[in-house]
Design a protein around this ligand. Structure first.
Ligand SMILES: [Cu+2]
Length: 171
């Protein structure tokens, strides 16, 4: 009987601990619900296709400075221009550079490629890109996520890359 009693005390202890932990901080408790478990993450990584939405605006901004996908996934990236300015004044695109490409070198080449929507015609430093869009427009590009690593993405419209850029992580 003594054995059972000590077990139930332990049980009560564990329960009260659980109570303290779950009531300790309501803000954290709510946030934690949105964090995927290891199992969920595993199944996410096995999805063949992932959709990414990137917004841009009249203030020369992307709404993301980081995008994360998994190696080998088919990425369907949609770029929205939520502003009202025209393409010639505030055009945006999404350009994903190959690993090791210097942004400053690439944008120098892009500047010379106005007739090709600011994508250097040889395309050798580019993994994927969208067309240029103006306010109210959207454009999508589908591509296969490259090998694991950290890549740069940017808008190659003249002068925009200093603000409109971010990291594209492939896990
Ligand atoms: Cu831009």
């Amino acid at each position: 009987m003594k054995h059972i009693k000590s077990r139930s005390i332990l049980g009560m202890l564990a329960l009260s601990l659980l109570f303290i932990v779950s009531c300790g901080n309501d803000k954290n408790a709510t946030t934690n619900e949105n964090i995927p478990t290891v199992d969920e993450l595993e199944s996410l990584s096995k999805q063949d296709t992932i959709r990414v939405t990137l917004n841009s605006n009249d203030k020369m901004q992307f709404d993301k400075s980081e995008i994360t996908v998994f190696e080998g996934q088919t990425v369907i990236l949609t770029l929205h221009h939520t502003g009202t300015m025209t393409l010639s004044a505030m055009g945006h695109n999404f350009v994903l550079l190959t690993k090791g490409t210097a942004i400053s070198d690439f944008t120098k080449q892009a500047l010379k490629a106005k007739d090709n929507a600011y994508i250097p015609t040889d395309e050798k430093n580019v993994i994927a890109y969208t067309g240029l869009i103006g306010g109210g427009e959207s454009v999508s590009v589908t591509f296969k996520a490259p090998e694991k690593g950290i890549y740069d993405f940017l808008c190659s419209f003249p002068g925009h890359y200093s603000i409109m850029k971010g990291k594209f992580n492939v896990n």
